[in-house]
Design a protein around this ligand. Structure first.
Ligand SMILES: Nc1ncnc2c1ncn2[C@@H]1O[C@H](COP(=O)(O)OP(=O)(O)O)[C@@H](O)[C@H]1O
Ligand SMILES: [Mg+2]
Length: 426
């Protein structure tokens, strides 16, 4: 079959890598893809949010299955459009994707279905928000309602910071319409973990738990990024906790969405805080996470296409999903200046020295004049897969040390906090 992957980051390269191992897949297209994906398939220059352009392409080229990486096309309704044109596509409908597209919607949904999350208030009026904040104790977290590319969440320690933040979001409109509503919620203490799950809207099967490293610098310092590295599985999420996440969060979410006429088919991503009172949802995403996918897919046994087709057919309950007994650690190599302004077009050296040691997933890269060059903030994800965390960490960094580009930055401590947490939640 011919498969089209929408998107062009490390997550999409990892998807292409996994699909490429399927007996069923004869041809991979990616829109827009990147230099790494172009080694496995054909990249076409269509933007991920050009829904009719993508559907036209799929129709013209008899694409048998489309997979969507990023959230934007999903929340814009790519699945509804493809299905209306009888094109097979994997992912949630526009209405189901709102669980990621609107944080206010997600919070009200969780409240209605008693899914554990931080207590909150929603405001579309600046003065009402400020009145509420004046009376409150801190720390709190202020979130823009809509999609803000991972920048719309701001923790505040006092009223002064809160006032500044509300002004930026609601008056200066730094997140545009995404900030016309805000969520103000309690600051949760604990350890963050990602649990992604396959679901056809009835059955939900969690993947191995993973942990992202959001901050730019070692020791979780500095500003938030799209993610500077990840590892899986987490040693501190034991079976009892997974069961709790399943019973208190994943299952009621899927059942609740079905009851709301928003049946969710695809990947449900739960961003959790493990608090003293148990796991609480910080956010839902309606697709694979990045970089988490770069460590979770290498641990998945079997054929991803088979799982996806059974989800589309509503037969996930018949699937057996197995995981390797290994550990995967992914180190993101980013451009100088990221997550702020950065330059592009730097030559990348050393990729040819990576043989069978680690998996190198490309994110912001392009191939030009016979060379790989940087073309984004996050440039590469280097994933080591081994039988222990120690070994996976050193495998990833041995390969990272062979790669160079001008101004590159990466964290040296990916996976370390996970080792420290071993047994903490037992
Ligand atoms: N209630 C909260 N308490 C403490 N930290 C939070 C809370 N909500 C979000 N965060 C932090 O902010 C990050 C981003 O928030 P999230 O809700 O995942 O939004 P997004 O991924 O859309 O930016 C989280 O990964 C977490 O580190
Ligand atoms: Mg998040």
């Amino acid at each position: 079959m011919k498969v089209l992957i929408v998107g062009g980051g490390g997550r999409e390269h990892a998807l292409a890598w996994k699909l490429n191992q399927s007996e069923m897949v004869k041809k991979i297209y990616a829109a827009p893809g990147n230099a790494g994906i172009s080694q496995l398939g054909e990249c076409v220059n269509i933007k991920a949010d050009d829904l009719s352009g993508l559907a036209d392409f799929a129709e013209r080229n008899s694409v048998d299955l489309t997979l969507v990486g990023p959230e934007l096309p999903l929340t814009l309704g790519i699945v509804d459009q493809f299905e209306a044109r009888r094109l097979k596509i994997f992912g949630p409908s526009k209405k189901a994707s709102e669980i990621e597209g609107s944080k206010a919607y997600a919070k009200e949904f969780m409240q209605k279905y008693h899914i554990p999350t931080a207590s909150f208030k929603i405001f579309d009026d600046k003065n009402q928000a400020l009145d509420f904040l004046k009376e409150n104790t801190f720390p709190l977290v202020i979130k823009a309602d809509g999609l803000a590319a991972g920048k719309g969440v701001i923790p505040v320690d006092n009223f002064y910071q809160a006032e500044e933040t509300v002004k930026k979001i609601m008056v200066e409109k730094i997140f545009k319409e995404a900030g016309s509503k805000i969520v103000v919620e309690d600051f949760l203490e604990g350890e963050e973990v990602t649990i992604m799950a396959f679901t056809d809207g009835k059955t939900v099967i969690p993947m191995v738990p993973s942990q992202d490293h959001k901050r730019i610098y070692n020791g979780d310092a500095g500003p938030n990024t799209g993610g500077m590295g990840a590892y899986a599985p987490t040693l501190f999420v034991h079976d009892r906790l997974t069961k709790r996440v399943y019973e208190e969060i994943l299952e009621p979410t899927i059942l609740g969405l079905e009851r709301e006429n928003r049946t969710f088919k695809g990947i449900l991503y739960a961003g959790l805080m493990l608090t003293e009172l148990g796991p609480k949802v910080m956010e839902f995403n309606c697709r694979f996470g990045d970089p988490e996918t770069q460590v979770v897919l290498p641990l998945l046994k079997g054929d991803l296409v088979e799982i996806i087709l059974s989800i589309i057919d509503g037969e996930l309950e018949l699937e057996n999903i197995d995981w390797k007994n290994d550990f995967a650690v992914c180190v993101i190599m980013a451009s100088s200046g990221y997550p702020g302004k950065y330059e592009k077009g730097k030559d990348i050296w050393g990729l040819n020295k990576i043989k069978d040691d680690a998996l190198v997933f490309h994110a912001g890269t392009k191939y030009e004049n016979g060379r790989f060059k940087t073309d984004g903030g996050r440039v590469l994800g280097v994933t080591g897969v081994e039988s222990s965390m120690d070994k996976a960490i050193s495998k990833a960094y041995t390969s990272v040390d062979k790669i160079r580009f001008s101004g590159m930055q990466y964290r040296r401590d990916i996976g370390k906090k996970g080792m420290k947490l071993k047994g903490k939640y037992l």
